[in-house]
Design a protein around this ligand. Structure first.
Ligand code: GLC
Length: 548
């Protein structure tokens, strides 16, 4: 692998998301860890990705799988130690892989020292002013201060208890009640996060994936707002301005962070998780003095329909291009139904709701994998930077049949089982078909059960099968690099059958037969990559890369 770092590596990078709980478990306790990650970095380098992004491994009571952080500058013993982190970074850098860590600025855990101090210090104290405490409504303050809902269901407020046991003020939590929101108008909060950024940059992190980067600032007076609960739970829908997502004030914070990151050598980056639409609005997060990248959730949420895909690809290139940022492309992550299942769902399934045994419109697994592979082959041909979520290179489907009693996502509890939530995309990875826990560890314990059919999807089985999804990804990533596709430009080929897409980029043609039943005559040329077998036609749900 070439270690020569091109300028602004992030413009073209393929970034692999590691979900530490479920990647590889060296300790054998059923939850993945940093030592497990280090031991498998070879495999990721061999796959051909440029960087890894790790979901949180910080000190945390794990009420939201680590997105409830009790100490932003330490490693939870569940995942190892700071020394394990250093070792992981050193190994990654040796292999030419950059390391991006997650930062969670909207909220802390209720076990964070600051929140404990806020509860102890009482009303009106400077300790409370780091969070959003308010008096309740109603005669005795028995009603929440406003009508906001938590992203995970139920009210966004919880009433605190005073030192003498009487009911006290309420605190805001856009997520679980164990995740109190910070007050980002308080300079102490700003300074503390500068420190956190520097802590990880000093330790060699190449950048940050910024959690809920459309949150943080709330509208003055915290006005009531009725959010459509059937919509994307993170707010990623066009609609009236929310008083807590996508406010202009957040941009000052990102400018400040950019200045901190720019103090460091080596092209360190900020990547926004900002569920805001339309893309012209999301692009504000990546103006030249703010972040470097934003996850393209508009692309992720696009149905598997040729016309829609063409539309979102054009819009992405145009809107990110206008602010001088690369477009990104993403199909899966730890919050959404895996795309090898999602693309074959036949009922509406808003982000965050998840699927389980009783969901409507459950996917046909064969169709799902076929579409998933076609979608991945299309995504990896596009110019800019792409995100790959662990397991998608194995074609893993969403785990649907997780028993109720094994579920862990706070969404499941806060909606009393009405929404399954996100456990189905977080199941520990299968590495070896014949080992305990399919090679995730040596003890066989896993924090979520692995489906029996995953033996057939294990990495070792796929390595030996030229037609496997793993080899499809490997080939796509190699060709992407060799052909310079990430620096390419999409030039649409007109006159293709309705329901199909075709474009030129990087000296090749990419053809995708997308809509149901569409068949495209295979153009002359050398097939470099095909997501499914082709004859003299490209059948539906197939993407082909061609040299003509
Ligand atoms: C982000 C994370 C998600 C988490 C939430 C609260 O959306 O991706 O997993 O639950 O923020 O931190």
């Amino acid at each position: 692998m070439s270690t020569a770092a091109p300028a602004e590596w992030w413009r073209t990078a393929v970034i692999y998301q590691i979900y530490p709980r479920s990647f590889s478990d060296a300790s054998g306790d059923g939850i993945g860890d940093l030592a497990g990650i280090t031991s498998r970095l070879n495999d990721l380098a061999a796959l051909g990705v440029d960087a890894i992004w790790l979901s949180p491994f910080y000190t945390s009571p794990q009420k939201d799988a680590g997105y409830d952080v009790a100490d932003f500058t330490d490693v939870d013993p569940l995942f190892g130690t700071l020394a394990d982190f250093d070792e992981m970074v050193a190994r990654a850098h040796e292999l030419g892989l950059r390391v991006i860590v997650d930062i969670v600025p909207n909220h802390s855990s209720d076990q964070h020292a600051w929140f404990k101090a806020a509860l102890a210090a009482g009303e009106g104290s400077p300790e409370r002013a780091r969070y959003v405490f308010r008096d309740g409504r109603g005669e005795a303050g028995e009603l929440p201060p406003n009508n906001w809902h938590s992203v995970f269901g139920g009210p966004a407020w919880t009433r605190s208890v005073n030192a003498d046991g009487t009911p006290g003020q309420w605190f805001l939590h856009l997520f679980d009640s164990t995740q109190p929101d910070f007050d980002w108008t308080n300079p102490e909060v700003l300074e503390e996060f500068d420190r956190v950024l520097r802590f990880w940059l000093d330790r060699g992190a190449d950048g940050f994936r910024v959690d809920v980067a459309h949150g943080l600032i709330k509208a003055d007076g915290l006005p009531d707002f009725t959010f459509d609960d059937d919509a994307n739970s993170m707010g990623g829908t066009e609609g009236p301005q929310s008083p807590y997502f996508g406010l202009e004030g957040v941009h000052d914070i990102w400018r400040r962070w950019r200045r901190v990151v720019d103090e460091y050598e080596g092209d360190r980056v900020l990547a926004a998780e900002a569920w805001v639409l339309p893309l012209s609005k999301m692009a504000k997060w990546v103006r030249s003095d703010e972040m470097h990248q934003a996850f393209n959730f508009a692309y992720l949420e696009t149905d598997w329909k040729a016309a829609d895909l063409r539309g979102v690809i054009d819009e992405s290139l145009e809107e990110f291009g206008k602010v001088g940022a690369p477009s990104t492309w993403v199909l899966s992550n730890h919050d959404v139904v895996r795309h090898a299942s999602r693309l074959a769902l036949s009922a509406e399934n808003p982000q965050g709701h998840g699927i389980g045994p009783k969901s409507l419109g459950l996917p046909d697994p064969v169709l799902g994998l076929r579409r998933g592979r076609a979608a991945s082959a299309l995504m990896l041909s596009l110019p800019g930077s792409a995100y790959v979520y662990q397991g998608e290179e194995l074609g893993l489907p969403e785990a649907i049949d997780i028993p109720d009693e094994a579920r862990q996502d706070p969404t499941w509890f806060r909606t009393e089982g009405e929404r399954y939530g996100r456990d189905g995309c977080r199941v520990p990875l299968p590495w070896s078909a014949d080992a305990p826990a399919y090679g995730f560890n040596t003890t066989g314990d896993t924090w979520l059960p692995q489906p029996a059919e995953w033996a057939g999807l294990a990495r070792d089985v796929q390595l030996d099968d030229p037609s496997s999804t793993l080899n499809l990804y490997g080939r796509a990533l190699r060709l992407r690099r060799e052909l310079g596709l990430a620096e390419g430009e999409v030039e649409w080929i007109d006159g293709v059958p309705e329901g199909a897409l075709a474009f030129r980029t990087g000296g090749i043609e990419v053809w995708a037969a997308v809509d149901p039943g569409v068949e495209v005559p295979l153009p002359d040329g050398e097939v470099l990559l095909a997501s499914a077998p082709v004859t003299d036609t490209i059948p539906a749900d197939t993407t082909v890369w061609l040299r003509r």
